[in-house]
Design a protein around this ligand. Structure first.
Ligand code: CTP
Length: 426
């Protein structure tokens, strides 16, 4: 499916740009109402969207809503405008088919090639990338029938996003929640941007672990030592890996960004908690990317009660001890042979050494395979949506990444991780 030639898609760079054609398939779950937000984001960002709801989806959100938001007529059966052969044309012309929400029923139909309505016909005729964002109750998601259907679809090249954990339709919570529409939109956009890659889902079957954010080291219940890391680069890495088909665990230290779609997020606060979360994943992870900024030091003691200001005006003092270096530890231990370990280095050069000299020394010291080097002189990078870096490889090569989005840098990192994993024998 992914990576095959796509009728209707642009095939030459010098052809005039046209709006990317997205089919938004909506199946009959309560999360259909959230797909309105997804549709809005798609149309507002310049996509030409055809909504194909199932009959059950129309029980939740009516055709006028889809028609008004997409600016196009909407049908769920194959008997409208038959002279235009919609059951074939819509799928053939698409650059991306995004089924969100995808119910257990639609996943089963797609896996078995049934074609009894417009959406299932579209899924059979589409030759573009297909993304499913499942949403259902935990029992339905975990049922072997659903799991086998998901495995079949993934084997055939579809991207099936792992549902989120959280509140479900009723009072219950669990896995099966529809991820945030804005995050599903990001996955769709990412897949479209890479639709012509030779291997769109080159991280499929891989487990990757990413850390993000800045740790906090508490002095007392209300005060902590922290740093300015926003977590954006780590989140961009997690998002990009999920869009490339990986099973992604994200250890997030004090990040206030929404959970990326399809990513298992483990929230931590301190460096000790971050280390536990990272070590828990190293036996299964094919790649570990340490984009977090763990505090190097923590207070030697943590007061259980709020520390009071001294009456005599004295400043007091703070005794610190060093935190464990997680990156150095996992690089040294190498729990999983062949796993690619990536570090980040925020450096400022000085009169004695350049940023790259310092970074090369750090790569050796830490023992990781790749080091992504940011020049942060003057507060650059922190909190910004853009980044500029050099990726140093332990084999001595250096890949400059020009100024661009954190998502773009994330993809360069994964390109290099994939290249290293592919070089492994067997
Ligand atoms: N890192 C880590 N554990 C720590 C500190 C840092 O795993 N306790 C990781 C970061 O996630 C990052 C890399 O190490 O991937 C570089 O972090 P940096 O703080 O720049 O390295 P330091 O060893 O602290 O170097 P410096 O001597 O420049 O402070």
């Amino acid at each position: 499916m992914a990576g095959e030639s796509r009728p209707g898609a642009t095939t030459s760079d010098d052809r005039p740009q046209r709006r990317p054609r997205v089919v938004l398939g909506v199946s009959g779950g309560i999360a259909a109402y959230k797909a309105c937000e997804l549709l809005r984001r798609l149309t507002e960002s310049g996509h030409d969207v055809t909504v194909v709801p199932t009959a059950a989806a129309l029980e939740f959100v009516g055709a006028p809503t889809w028609a008004a938001l997409s600016g196009k007529p909407v049908a769920s059966d194959v008997w409208h405008d038959v002279h235009q052969v919609p059951h074939v044309r819509i799928g053939q012309a698409a650059d991306l088919v995004l089924v969100a929400p995808a119910t257990a029923d639609v996943l089963a139909k797609a896996a078995h090639g049934l074609a009894d309505d417009l959406l299932s016909n579209t899924l059979l005729t589409a030759r573009c990338p297909v993304v499913f964002a499942p949403a259902m109750h935990t029992e339905m998601w975990e049922h072997p029938a659903t799991q086998e259907n998901v495995a079949t679809l993934r084997r055939r090249g579809a991207l099936v996003i792992e549902p989120a954990e959280g509140r479900l339709t009723g009072a219950d919570t669990g896995k099966g929640r529809f991820p945030e529409p804005a995050e599903i939109f990001e996955v769709g956009r990412d897949v479209l941007a890479r639709a012509r890659s030779a291997n769109l889902l080159d991280l499929a079957g891989r487990h990757v672990l990413v850390s993000a954010g800045g740790t906090r080291e508490y002095l007392d219940p209300v005060r902590f030592l922290g740093n300015r890391s926003s977590g954006r680069q780590g989140y961009a890495l997690a998002r990009a890996a999920a869009a490339r088909g990986a099973e992604v665990t994200l250890a997030a230290a004090n990040v206030s960004l929404p959970d990326p779609a399809g990513v298992k997020v483990v929230h931590v606060e301190t460096t000790a908690e971050l280390r536990d979360a990272v070590l828990a994943g190293t036996s299964t992870a094919d790649a570990v990317v340490m984009a977090a900024a763990p505090a190097d030091y923590r207070p030697s003691t943590v007061s259980e009660t709020k520390i009071k200001k001294a009456d005599d005006g004295s400043a007091g003092s703070l005794a610190l001890e060093q935190n464990p270096d997680i990156l150095a530890q996992i690089s040294h231990d190498r729990v999983r042979l062949g796993a690619v370990i990536v570090g980040f280095a925020a450096e400022t050069g000085d009169e004695t050494a350049s940023v790259l000299d310092l970074a090369r020394a750090k790569l050796l010291r830490k023992g990781c395979d790749l080091l992504v080097v940011n020049d942060v002189s003057g507060g650059k990078v922190f909190g910004s949506t853009d980044n500029e870096a050099v990726v140093l490889d332990a084999d001595g090569t250096a890949t400059p990444v020009p100024h661009g989005s954190k998502a773009a840098l994330a993809h360069v990192v994964w390109d290099q991780v994939v290249a290293r994993l592919d070089r492994l024998p067997g």
